[in-house]
Write a protein that binds this ligand. Structure first.
Ligand code: FES
Ligand SMILES: [Fe+2]
Length: 385
C-alpha cells in the first residue's frame, strides 16, 4: 500500500470507528447451503476453479535457487514445480511418461528427476533424458515423452500455476497482471521478493474449502468467537473493503489505531494498526501483517465437499534482526486462533449444512467481502444460485 492509499484507508477506518459503522455491501446475500455440501457443485468447482484458473502456489522464495523443486497434489493434479537451470520456474504434471509414477517427491534441490519405479530420468526442463532399458524401448520418440508442462508464471514475487493440461488451441501462458487487475500494482508494491519462507503447516478440517476462506473475510465474529484471544486487539465488525474483479481486499483495524489521533492527519502512520487481507480468487488469502506475510490456501478434498486441505505458510523478511522465536509466536497465534476457535465451530456448521435443516445462509451487508466472494464464485461457475 503506498502512502496515499495508507492515508485513505486509515481515514476510512477511523471514520467507521467514530460512527460505529463499517463498509457495507449493497444488499444482503443469500447462499444455498448446498454450495457447501453438494457433490455436483464440488465437481463443477474442481473444473472451473481448480483446473481452468491460475492458482497461487506461494512466493518466489519457495524456489530460491536453480534446481529447487516442490511437489503438490492440487485437487487431484500432481504438480511438480521447479526452478530450471536458466532461473525460470517450470511446472509439470508429476506423472512419469512410462507408466505414471510421480517422478519427484516432497521438496528439495535436484539436478534431474529419476522416476523411482523404473529409473527414467528427466532434466529440469522436463525433457526425458532416456529410458533405462534401451532395447525394450527402441524406437520410442524420446523427445515426445517429456513431462507434460502446465502453464505457470512468476511475477511480483509470486508463483502461479494453472493445474489443468491445456486443451488444443488453449493458451499455454498466464497473463497474471490481467488476472490480478487493479490489485496487481498494490501487490507489486508489497515487494514480495523480499520475504522468505519461515514455516509451513497443513491441516485437513472437516469443512468445505469455501468456509475456510469465509473465516478470514469478516470481523463481525471477532468480538464473539474470539472474545478471549484476539478480540481485545481488534475493532470488531469494522472493515474497509475493496473489490477488484473476482478478487477482494479487506482491511481490518486494531484498537491501537487510536494512538495515531495525536498526530497531524497527514503525518499519521496507519500501517502498524491495519491487517490487510487480499482474497486472491478463488482459494488463497494473502494476509499482510506489516512485518510478515501469511498465505492461507485452501483446497477441496476430492470427492468430499465436506473436507478440505488448508495450508498456512508464514513468510518473514529476508533481512531481519528478529529471532525465530518472534516468528514462531506469530505462527502460533495464527494457527491457534484458526485451529482452536474458527475451524472447530466450522466443523459443527458443516454438519448443519449437510443436515438439510436449512436451505440457505445469509451474509449481512456488514460482511461485504463475504458477499463479494460468493458472488464471484457464482460468476466463475456460471450458476445463478
Ligand atoms: S513409471 Fe516411471 S520409469 Fe516406469
Ligand atoms: Fe476467526
Amino acid at each position: 500500500m503506498d502512502r496515499k492509499e495508507e492515508l485513505a484507508v486509515g481515514r476510512r477506518l477511523l471514520g467507521h470507528i467514530d460512527c460505529r459503522t463499517t463498509d457495507l455491501a449493497a444488499d444482503m446475500f443469500r447462499n444455498q447451503t448446498i454450495a457447501y455440501a453438494c457433490r455436483d457443485r464440488a465437481a463443477l468447482e474442481r473444473e472451473k476453479l481448480f483446473r481452468e484458473r491460475p492458482l497461487l502456489m506461494g512466493l518466489s522464495s519457495r524456489l530460491a535457487k536453480p534446481g529447487d523443486y516442490l511437489t503438490e497434489d492440487v485437487v487431484g493434479m500432481p504438480v511438480l514445480l521447479v526452478r530450471d537451470g536458466t532461473g525460470s520456474v517450470q511446472a509439470f504434471a508429476n506423472v512419469c511418461r512410462h507408466r505414471g509414477a510421480p517422478v519427484a517427491q516432497g521438496c528439495g534441490n535436484a539436478r534431474a528427476f529419476t522416476c523411482p519405479y523404473h529409473g527414467w530420468t528427466y532434466d529440469l526442463a522436463g525433457r526425458l533424458l532416456g529410458a533405462t532399458d534401451k532395447p525394450g524401448f527402441a524406437g520410442l520418440d524420446i523427445a515426445a515423452h517429456g513431462l507434460v508442462p502446465l502453464p505457470t508464471v512468476e511475477k511480483h514475487g509470486m508463483i502461479y500455476v494453472r493445474p489443468g493440461v491445456p486443451r488444443p488451441g488453449e493458451s499455454r501462458t498466464i497473463d497474471i497482471d490481467a488476472e490480478l487487475g487493479v490489485f496487481a500494482p498494490p501487490l507489486a508494491a508489497l515487494q514480495l521478493d523480499d520475504f522468505v519462507l519461515h514455516s509451513t503447516d497443513r491441516i485437513a478440517p472437516r469443512i468445505n474449502w469455501k468456509f475456510a476462506v469465509d473465516t478470514f473475510l469478516e470481523s463481525y465474529h471477532i468480538a464473539h468467537l474470539h472474545r478471549k484471544t484476539i478480540a481485545p486487539y481488534f475493532v470488531g465488525n469494522c472493515c474497509v473493503f475493496d473489490s477488484g474483479g473476482l478478487h477482494g481486499r479487506a482491511s481490518f483495524v486494531k484498537n491501537s489505531i487510536d494512538k495515531t489521533r495525536a498526530e497531524p492527519e497527514d503525518e499519521r502512520r496507519y500501517l502498524p494498526h491495519i491487517v490487510q487481507i487480499y482474497q486472491l480468487f478463488p482459494n488463497s488469502l494473502l494476509v499482510w501483517q506489516m512485518d510478515h506475510i501469511e498465505i492461507w490456501r485452501t483446497f477441496p478434498k476430492q470427492g468430499d465437499p465436506g473436507v478440505c486441505e488448508v495450508e498456512l505458510t508464514l513468510y518473514k523478511p529476508v533481512e531481519t534482526t528478529k529471532p525465530d522465536s518472534y516468528w514462531e509466536k506469530n505462527r502460533d497465534i495464527a494457527i491457534r486462533t484458526v485451529l482452536d476457535e474458527d475451524f472447530p465451530l466450522g466443523e459443527r456448521m458443516q454438519i448443519g449444512f449437510e443436515s438439510g435443516a436449512t436451505e440457505e445462509v445469509v451474509y449481512g451487508r456488514n460482511e461485504p467481502a463475504l458477499v463479494h466472494f460468493h458472488r464471484s464464485i457464482r460468476q466463475a461457475l456460471g450458476v445463478a444460485a
